[in-house]
Design a protein around this ligand. Sequence first.
Ligand SMILES: [Zn+2]
Length: 263
Amino acid sequence: METALVFSPHADDATIFCGGTLVRLAEEGWRVVLVRVTDDRFDSLGLSVEETLERNRLEWQEAAGILGVAEVVDLGFPTDCLADLPLGRLRERAVWLLRRYRPHTVLSFDLADRFEDNQDHVRVAQAVAEACWVACFDKHHPEHFAEGLEPFAPAERWYFSRSGPEPNHVVDITDHLDQKVRAVCAHRTMMRHVVNQYRLQFRAAGREVPALDAAVSGEGLPVLLERYVAGVAGAVARGAGLPEGRFAEAFRREDTSEIAALL
Ligand SMILES: [Zn+2]
């Protein structure tokens, strides 16, 4: 059985960027291990930090269940603060996870997205990309070897992003779109907060949008999220030249093919 190790800085990132792909991999028999790097303590609207921590943790686990994830790992770093930590601390955890789970494929945010403004996303992208080669070394983190772990390199890395380089790997998720939508909707607390950010932005532009008001109140949220998820996945599919009516997710894949061609 192959393993996919997925790094999600926040609870909702993996669901949004590669949720359909995770459902598909799980159905094909892969073991999907989902790592939440931060604790999402600030990501809610009108709730205390304690309630936010609890709701986001439970909703993340609910979404992971919908996506067919076999195992979840919570690293628990404080949210929106990864840029304040030494990168080596995060990288050590990524190296440990690579050596512990020995995945065929790693999924993570793309280091090459120059327009990413969320520093948690940037730091995880940096730490994971570097960990993928540091994990091979027999002198980095010898304390891992004392635990019985060994040097390791994943076969493939699939990087997702908001506005990174042109993707070279597209996964058709048409048959898994329903599960992706349900999983995104499971992140109710975070999604209400995201929608409220857009509502504030529209308000600053002098516009009140009833659909956003309804979503923030809760009852209009699933309708809006379904439209958003299907809209994005449909556009990705069209961009990849798939037939009308298909839905997809896209990645920048790095694998062994370039080196293999030289052998
Ligand atoms: Zn995020």
